[in-house]
Design a protein around this ligand. Structure first.
Ligand SMILES: Cc1cc2nc3c(=O)[nH]c(=O)nc-3n(C[C@H](O)[C@H](O)[C@H](O)COP(=O)(O)O)c2cc1C
Ligand code: SF4
Length: 355
């Protein structure tokens, strides 16, 4: 049996294997924040193909925090039934269904009044203003309310999106956060918004409701100090009862197809320093790659683009396909808008080869 096929018990969740489908915005919601039939079908296909844990694309916790026109929402009770349906689809295949919750910060769409951790000049002559303390508190409440709705929907847990320059990640990283108050400066202060959200979720949902987090393992400009910050943040996550931290990074889009496991060394070092279940995401393309991650003591392994390209990748790899066919071309970030209905440049080609 390959390492990735082995069952794992986290603190609360038992996963049938160690493979996570990392959060991937699907472009399959409607403009009102509702899942379409294509979104439900995507979950069915992923779950039927053996993935142990499926994390949804980022879902906005408030109307103001919406990152994409077709983003799936969780900022009102009207969204509960769709998550109930999706959770059942995934769970009936024995997989865990985790919902990623997020606020886009200055990357929000359709907003005149853009906010960020500190005031900032944006592209196209736009400006974001600094969040007030009252607004930070409001955003924390939005995350907590979203988690409560999702618990009502019967999902297996939530993941805070604190990576990839969305709002929470901007608090964590000194590159963005130059606040002078309780939410800026020391790493304790920069992590405060996440800590308060996690504590708030535990208070309303109970300690047994799994809370996961996705973080960048690195930073564009604060790399040496950020490595030490990561140790603090992961240890704090452990104290707060976080189920698993999924470690991503800031530059995965710049990596070529041949580049693999670019975060492994750093995350393996973190593994030695912290006692919290971890997963690595970025550049995992084969069973050998998965094995290298798990052999380093990292508990689970996450894939994004390879499962857009081939949702049935796990059975294919176990059946002898040497690696994912994903080109790491990143066209899946724009393609659904250019060619509605298509998510990957290889989709038609791969389908034809299968038929
Ligand atoms: C089209 C697309 C949408 C994505 N949407 C999200 C998202 O909603 N939330 C998130 O945390 N990461 C998102 N990601 C990043 C992936 O989860 C993953 O971290 C990244 O693609 C690197 O992993 P990979 O090399 O296995 O693709 C997205 C990636 C792609 C390609
Ligand atoms: S569009 Fe490119 S990067 Fe995206 S899944 Fe397809 S091959 Fe991979």
């Amino acid at each position: 049996m390959n390492r990735v096929e082995q069952e794992i018990k986290l603190s609360r969740l038992v996963c049938k294997n160690r493979l996570i489908r990392s959060a991937v915005h699907s472009f399959l919601g409607d403009t009102q924040g509702q899942m379409t039939d294509a979104e439900f079908a995507m979950y069915e296909t992923l779950a039927a193909n053996g993935i142990g844990m499926i994390i949804t694309g980022h879902c906005n916790v408030s109307a103001e925090g919406k990152a994409n026109e077709e983003q799936i929402g969780i900022f009102s009770d009207r969204y509960i039934p769709q998550f109930e349906r999706a959770a059942k689809i995934v769970q009936q295949h024995g997989a865990k269904f985790i919902v990623q919750i997020s606020h886009a910060g200055p990357r929000a769409v359709g907003q005149e009044d853009l906010v960020d951790v500190v005031a900032r000049e944006l592209k196209k002559n736009r400006q974001a203003r600094e969040l007030t303390l009252a607004e930070i508190s409001r955003i924390e409440q939005d995350f907590i309310a979203a988690a409560k709705r999702l618990q009502q929907a019967g999902v297996d847990g939530v993941q805070l999106h604190a990576a990839h320059s969305y709002l929470l990640s901007r608090f964590l990283d000194k590159t963005f956060n130059q606040r002078q108050d309780a939410y800026g400066g020391s790493v304790e202060n920069r992590f405060r918004i996440c800590a308060e959200i996690i504590t708030g979720i535990k208070a309303v949902c109970g300690d047994d409701f799994p809370v996961l987090i996705k973080l960048n393992n690195d930073s564009k400009t604060e790399d040496e100090t950020y490595a030490a910050d990561m140790v603090y943040m992961l240890r704090r996550c452990k104290e707060l009862g976080v189920e698993l931290a999924e470690c991503s990074g800031v530059d995965f889009l710049a990596k070529k197809r041949e580049e693999r496991l670019y975060y492994l060394e750093r995350i393996a070092t973190l593994r030695q320093q912290v006692d919290l279940p971890l997963s690595l995401v970025g550049g995992v393309r084969s069973l050998a790659d998965m094995d290298a991650v798990l052999a380093a003591g990292i508990d689970m392994v996450s894939l994004g683009r390879p499962l857009v390209c081939e949702p049935d990748l796990l059975p294919k790899l176990l059946g002898g396909q040497p690696e994912s066919r994903c080109l790491s071309c990143n066209k899946c970030f724009a393609l659904p808008h250019i060619r509605p209905g298509l998510r990957c440049v290889l989709q038609r080609k791969l389908k034809k080869a299968q038929d």
